[in-house]
Design a binder for this molecule. Structure first.
Ligand code: ADP
Length: 300
């Protein structure tokens, strides 16, 4: 297990920012940490990286308790904090060499060159960080996070404020890096987790409200909706005999059927058609977006 968070609490004064949350991130996974602003994402990430202490509970990274073993855990964690704070007056290479030295990286020059190549900073490598576009600054942020070859990467809103092209580039980069590492990234953008992540942990008002794969979340948390078109006329009362159906509506030549059951509604419809000698012309599951799942979970 790369990250183990158990019954974590964090208070700022009287205010509980994180309330009794638990989740694990397995080695090699890319997990999206999703939640509205103020939900507790940054706070949780700061505790995991050892930047702030927990008020209660425990966090282990690569089996080591962060609160006890902060120096060793920092060595296995790469962290891109929110808003990617960088030294704007430093040159790209100079800054990366500086970070590499802090982590006691051997062969600093080679490692910096390797990172510059990996994140695609060759063209900009001789510039001051302050002269870079936001997308390139984000590449510098990613390079500094992985320069010591950590097993775990914690990325706090890594794509916020990027234009669509930069966004696609940085997402691609995170996916590439994620092939080798365990990644936990926070975001409030739904498409981001759909595009990058294996699993999603959703936090709302300091509490975990979901922890699942994107596909299972969509299946579990919402009604299933299926569109079906039969050959010939089929009456509403007849269709109502499909036990799992909770709602039924005629749309064009077909029907929209909803179910709250776990079993795939398409199977039931197929069985119904077979038993009633009906021919199915169209049978399509209507996908609910993660956006809808998120809304339904965080508005509870
Ligand atoms: P998110 O990253 O999901 O936007 P945060 O972890 O930044 O959420 O914040 C969670 C809650 O804790 C918010 O209500 C925020 O105002 C509060 N908070 C965050 N940092 C501090 C701090 N340093 N002092 C006091 N309250 C804070």
């Amino acid at each position: 297990m790369s990250i183990e968070v158990k019954n974590l609490f964090k208070y700022y004064g009287d205010q509980a920012a994180v309330k009794d949350i638990s989740f694990n991130v397995n080695k090699g996974e890319i997990v999206g940490f999703l939640g509205p602003n103020g939900a507790g994402k940054s706070t949780t990430m700061k505790v995991i990286t050892g930047y702030i202490p927990a008020s209660g509970g425990s966090v282990k990274v690569c089996g080591m308790p962060v609160s006890v073993d902060s120096l060793n855990t920092r060595q296995v964690i790469g962290y891109l904090p929110e808003n990617n704070p960088l030294y704007l007056d430093m040159y790209v290479k100079e800054y990366l060499a500086f970070v590499a030295k802090i982590y006691k990286v051997k062969n600093v020059k080679e490692r910096v060159a390797e990172m510059i190549h990996l994140v695609g900073l060759e063209v900009e490598q001789k510039k001051k960080i302050g002269a870079l576009s936001k997308g390139y600054r984000q590449r510098v942020g990613l390079a500094q996070a992985i320069i010591h070859d950590p097993e775990v990467l914690i990325l706090d809103e890594p794509t916020s404020g990027l234009d669509p092209n930069q966004l696609a580039e940085i997402r691609g980069l995170i996916k590439t890096i994620g092939k080798e590492k365990t990644v936990m990234l926070s975001t409030h953008i739904m498409q981001e987790v759909e595009a990058i992540c294996d699993r999603i942990v959703i936090i709302n008002k300091g509490e975990i409200v979901a922890d699942d794969t994107a596909a299972d979340l969509q299946l579990d948390e919402l009604l299933q909706t299926v569109y079906v078109e039969f050959e010939g006329e089929v009456s509403k009362s007849h269709l109502k005999k499909i036990a799992a159906v909770s709602k039924l509506e005629q749309v064009g030549n077909g029907w929209l059927l909803e179910s709250k059951e776990k079993e795939d509604l398409r199977k039931e419809i197929s069985r119904f058609a077979q038993n009633n000698n009906l021919l199915i012309l169209t049978l399509r599951k209507e996908e609910k977006s993660l956006e809808e799942v998120f809304k339904s979970l965080t508005n509870k």
